[in-house]
Design a binder for this molecule. Sequence first.
Ligand code: IPM
Ligand code: MG
Length: 354
Amino acid sequence: MNYKIAVIPGDGIGPDIVEQAKLVLTEVGNKYGHSFEYKEVLAGGVAIDKVGEPLPEETIKVCKESDSVLLGAVGGPKWDNLAGDERPEKALLGLRSALELFANIRPATMFNQLRDACPLKDEIIGEGGLDLVVVRELTGGIYFGERGREGEEAYDTMKYSVSEIKRIAKVAFDIAMKRNKKVTSIDKSNILENSRLWRSVVEEVAKDYPEVEVNHLYVDNGAMQLVINPKQFDVILTGNMFGDILSDEASMITGSIGMLPSASLGSSKLGMYEPIHGSAPDIAGMDKANPIATVLSVAMMLRYSFDLEKEAKAIEKAVEQVLEEGYRTGDIMSKGMKLVGTKEMGKLIVEKLN
Ligand code: IPM
Ligand code: MG
């Protein structure tokens, strides 16, 4: 089968890592008899520089006509002085909303080989490492509510509807059914009215999943629990802003931030896949970036958009093997390991697929 993929390299290290992910994907295609057709489009700072806006109409059009979107990273200090709506980040928000990608899936998995990079004490991690997934609502809440300025005041509105909460809750419970059957919903319902609605809708949805254990935490406590007892979590379900914050925290405690992929999904098969890390402009184009998070994002694409589980697993296994053999990019380098660049890391993963 032929799959059309819109590719958004973006800014900073984006082009470096996306190039390697494409090589890996192409190799998977060769090996398993699929073909992937890439169409490169502009978004982020590079689009501001070339066509004067962070998210050109053409980009949205190509993405909508594709089977999936692969994104590197957007943003950088060069564009930091621009106003809110003109910034590279606007491209991300615009794509999420134009493609109706309401569900953001961010696994926080600890790689056994990188255990030493985990900032938590050994007794907190215990046996088996860490493996949880944050399911973040992505097209609602305070990110998309009305905002503005009035004289000396500024405001942002946090709003959720029953249907928005319901559909993201279902995604979380469906994922939990394929994992350890536990959902922890995180809100601030001791204060916020929309959080009270959130909690009651999650309770309703939970009734359809009698096998899944569900509990609720306030976000402050949830942030604390992530560092004192992260192993209690299987699937964390939360809103847009809390999910932004908690997914960074969750990824950091695995010690593997350069390794973690993400998927943004809607109600169709079209998804957007990207590493969770940023554009690291300081090492852009220097063959130093770690391409693994992007490579693993491509594995998520195969799994969630194309239902190619075997192919997804093959990529994940190839990454494991390369780590097992001691190859490391600078960000995950430790004593006694073999330092490699972006391209070499990509090549090693491609080799392991065979
Ligand atoms: C993320 C990022 C984005 C967000 C920014 C860059 C708009 O932090 O994907 O987590 O806040 O959603
Ligand atoms: Mg973030």
